[in-house]
Design a protein around this ligand. Sequence first.
Ligand code: CP
Length: 303
Amino acid sequence: TRHLLGIKDLTENDIQLILDTAANFKDVLNRPIKKVPSLRDITIANVFFENSTRTRLSFELAEKRLSADTINFAASSSSVSKGETLIDTVNNILAMKVDMIVMRHPYAGAGVFLSRHVDAQIVNAGDGAHEHPTQALLDSFSIRERYGDVAGRKVAIIGDILHSRVALSNILCLQKQGAEVMVCGPTTLIPKYITSLGVRVEHDLIKALNWCDVANMLRIQLERQDIAYFPSLREYSMLYGLNKEILDSLDKEITIMHPGPINRGVEITSDVADSKHSIILDQVENGVAVRMAVLYLLAGKRG
Ligand code: CP
């Protein structure tokens, strides 16, 4: 496929190629001159209908490091507020001779919808509670960097699984590489279909932490909840919040990940997020190299 809409569409070989390419780009990013000319004939629009810090900035930086021309579109300051549709908005951007669209959207399936209605390559930067493929790829890259291989690793994804695109993309990405995956959280935040994906389900935080090599701590997605959040944030943090005392009580050392943004004191305390067990900022660093790899490989499929 000429798009990256979800991990669902990737084979294990596709994932390995992206991660190997990202490793080469990470070497480039550690040199004094961080830029390569690979995409100097390409223009990319970052089209964000939902807020973002890490994804938007790292896509923009990845594009600049590849020498692409970039433009940024935030729906909140655009003519979307005057009623312009998604397809009209993107077709107007494409009329300015843009080649590729990186899009974040609050609705699941928005990337697939767009790919069927406009003539451009689409990269999904997060669509509602559906997929966030580049996040899962950078998470796998970070696990591989820490352990040498993703295959055989035990990864627990802990928190609000129901509203999380990071959870679904990570489950698919990790399983395709031969990792074992567990989800952990309150029953109200774990969707019933999850067992059909072949993941373990655990409701006890300590058991999940003692099982895993890597704990990926997710935040509570208050913005995706129609009714009052259950359990409350205070209850959640008492039952599922990870603190130093819990980490020190485990049978073994584990690695802590978090896609961000962190709600310090809710799902994770600062003494864990900022500890030597945490690779949270490595994930952010690796996001640039992984997004360079994705854009570079997709640009090779232009036609
Ligand atoms: N991890 C992530 O997607 O963060 P942003 O929402 O800030 O892009």
